[in-house]
Design a binder for this molecule. Sequence first.
Ligand code: DGL
Length: 260
Amino acid sequence: MDRSGPVGFFDSGLGGISVLRETVRLLPQEDYLYFGDSLHAPYGVKAPEEVVELCASAVEHLLSQGAKAIVLACNTATSVAAAALRQRYPNLILIGTEPALKPAVERHPGGRILVMATAMTLKERKFFDLWNQFRDQAEIIPVPCSGLMEFVEQGILRGEQVEQYLMERLTPFMKVPVDAVVLGCTHYPFLRGVIRKLVGRRTEILDGADGVARQLCRRLEEENLLSCRTEQGTVTFQNSLDGPEILELSEKLLHYQDET
Ligand code: DGL
């Protein structure tokens, strides 16, 4: 691996940009190559074997362009495909994403915690193990949100439609106070403003982006692959959907402020 190569990012669509922007903040001197598979989104409703194959071809696509590490910036893809990918590429630095349940439980012991994610993420073994690990320490309530990532793919980050969707999903759980909401899909941080409006100020909203960025930094350091340049690196977007609109939306999301 060449330390001057880019860090490859991959998601079923544009959600992984919420992880990318955090990583750029932590490691600004790196180059980044982001591939969004919006043509095949959402992954959460597909057969697991198909998701594994889509992830494998995305990884190939990024490696063929010199990626020195890959961030699987998608909870669904990580739950279903990370183990198979690690087997296929044993020497590759591959960083996955999982719902930030550990920090949520540490910050709210004995609390009431909602975990919003795709139905597939919540059904997979990986989430079951996570839930099993922490279920004695907090009340953990999974909230499947099929259909929610599609708003972000269309650039709908606020407004009546998305508020209505979230109100239907979240209000049944809000009769009793909620201490934390874990955003277990990388698309959801872009909807933080609307979610905040519904859950109020005293509920903490957490995502896993910061943990992923720090883990990537650690692994690159261990392998002596951190870029040695001092100036700002570049961010390049690619997408399986043809057309300039999706790339424009990607750029916009990279600079989007969720809660203003
Ligand atoms: N961003 C993906 C995740 O973190 C979206 C899932 C999907 O494509 O269904 O799970």
